[in-house]
Ligand binder design. Structure first.
Ligand code: BG6
Length: 503
């Protein structure tokens, strides 16, 4: 029976074939906070392969037992789980650890031997949870040890964490290095936003419903606002963040991904290549962010202030940050897509640390009706229809429309129609890393960035950094921690006759 092409490739609770996960950076933050808890939850949900093992590799001196203890500690600390249950015990028994320098070929020989000892795996998934400065080293060593590329002994895949490069040149070089040892279909460039439930739901919302697509274009949509607001500061990540800044850290990857999912044309099927082909079109249609040497991006840095009732220091006083740092912790920008669907519809993106509220949302504002029929009854202009996709923390979708206030006279007021994951489905929403680890084991790269996506995204972002380097440092505005960014971010919106949403 011929299937509906939109359903082809859709996974209905599949379980991956037997696999070994090799985590480089096994004693690091990402492994403890995200990867080990994700493995536990996958195991609890019976989603791990029947035979599954994980080998951790890092410089920290530790043995298998030490790694198992780290696993139990991370469940307690980051998953709120007491690790005494059968699931934790049986998973821990399949955790192994190798310590050594990542540039030492002997480590890879020991790894090869361990992989051979762990009998019964159909494939191996390497995970680079290490600083980007050593991605190349590990990829080359894997290649030299014969652990890259295709093999008759089963599949091999590699997950590369963000940041994938720091600009266009380094991203291209990294792609070239990866491709020397792995084929593109073996490479899984992670962007954890794509694993978030609401982000995936955006595809379903758009392409599994008939009623939204006809109005999803320049005729009906006025503009789109994408916000990634965080209350946290730089925390203990100054060593990384100082060289990154908000544009690299959040826009080049996460917000660009959200924008492409909103703006993409319908794929012909829910398959990795079809979805990713349509997403890359969006980036290729984007106008440059720098015009005549001037970047259309507002940047700013947080100064001291108050967040959630606590006084917090300014960015330059954070541990590890250079006292005269010009790294931006906030950016706001306007993207314009030159396509039939979106010509003239701006996409406004903003993100910042130390903002008043943690919230990630996509707000699609529709055009006003062509005629104000209720002008006499409701002299103030009606609120435009607004579709808000709440990515986090309160996952859901809401639609704002005008309604009549119950009364004998005609009076209008905006009301909301709400869908909330929690109330609609109950049950916990899976963590992004669960979904993505499982997809990589299944060999499904739909929710991972393809090589051309990262390069196209850096093609837009890199000129902004180049222009900033040429600007005087004094051009960096500040905003008080706990405020909604700098006032400079309002001016470009006001010039378009629009305002940032108050969240
Ligand atoms: C990471 C960034 O990729 O995403 C962090 O490096 C940021 O700076 C984080 O805080 C936000 O992710 P989430 O899932 O907490 O919204």
């Amino acid at each position: 029976m011929a299937g509906n092409p939109l359903n082809d490739g859709l996974r209905i609770e599949p379980t991956p074939g037997n696999a070994t996960l090799v985590i480089f950076g096994a004693s690091g933050d990402l492994t403890r906070r995200k990867l080990l808890p994700a493995l536990y939850r996958l195991s609890r949900g019976h989603r791990l392969p029947a035979r599954f093992s994980a080998i951790g590799i890092a410089r920290t001196n530790m043995d298998d037992e030490g790694f198992r203890k780290q696993f139990r500690d991370s469940l307690r600390e980051f998953a709120g789980v007491e690790p005494g249950d059968d699931i934790a015990r049986s998973l821990a028994a399949h955790l192994y650890y190798l310590s050594g320098e990542l540039d030492d070929p002997a480590v890879y020989q020991r790894l090869t031997a361990r992989l051979q000892e762990i009998d019964g795996a159909d494939g191996v998934l390497f995970y680079l949870a290490i600083p980007p400065s050593v991605y190349g080293t590990v990829i080359r060593q894997l290649g030299a040890a014969g652990l890259g590329g295709r093999t008759s002994e089963g599949w091999r895949r590699i997950i590369v964490e963000k940041p994938f490069g720091t600009d266009l040149t380094t991203a291209r070089a990294l792609n070239a290095e990866v491709h020397r040892h792995f084929e593109e279909e073996q490479v899984f460039r992670i962007d954890h936003f794509l694993g978030k439930e609401t982000v995936q739901n955006l595809l379903v919302f758009r392409f599994a419903n008939g009623m939204f697509e006809p109005i999803w274009n320049r005729r009906y949509i006025d503009h789109v606002q994408i916000t990634g607001a965080e209350t946290v500061g730089v925390e203990r990540r100054a060593a990384y963040y100082e060289g990154a800044g908000a544009l690299r850290d959040m826009v080049q990857n996460h917000l660009m991904q959200l924008m492409t999912l909103v703006a993409m044309e319908p794929p012909i099927a829910f398959t990795a290549e079809s979805v990713r082909d349509r997403k890359i079109d969006v980036l290729l249609s984007a106008q440059p962010l720098v015009n005549n040497g001037r970047p259309n991006v507002v940047r700013a840095q947080y100064a001291a202030g108050w967040v959630a009732g606590s006084e917090v220091p300014g960015y330059c006083r954070e541990p590890g940050v250079n006292g005269s740092s010009t790294t931006e912790t906030y950016v706001a920008l306007r993207m314009q897509l030159d396509s039939w669907r979106w010509a003239g519809v701006p996409f406004y993106l903003r993100t910042g640390k130390r903002l008043p509220k943690r919230t990630t949302e996509i707000a699609i504002q529709f055009k006003q009706p062509p005629l104000q029929v209720f002008k006499a009854a409701s002299p103030s202009s009606v609120s435009p229809n607004l579709l808000v996709i709440n990515v986090q923390p309160d996952e859901g979708i809401s639609l704002r429309f005008e309604a009549k206030v119950p009364a004998t006279r005609m009076q209008l007021a905006p009301v909301m129609m709400n869908f909330r994951y929690g109330t609609a489905f109950g049950g916990p929403v899976p963590e992004a890393y669960e979904t993505l680890l499982l997809d990589a084991m299944l060999g499904d790269p739909t929710l991972f960035a393809r090589h051309d996506f990262v390069e196209a995204s850096w093609t837009l972002i890199t000129p902004v950094h180049e222009a900033w380097r040429a600007e005087a440092a004094a051009a960096l505005p500040q905003y008080e921690a706990g405020e909604w960014g700098p006032k400079e971010a309002d001016a470009p919106m006001a010039a378009d006759g629009r305002r940032w949403r108050t969240l």
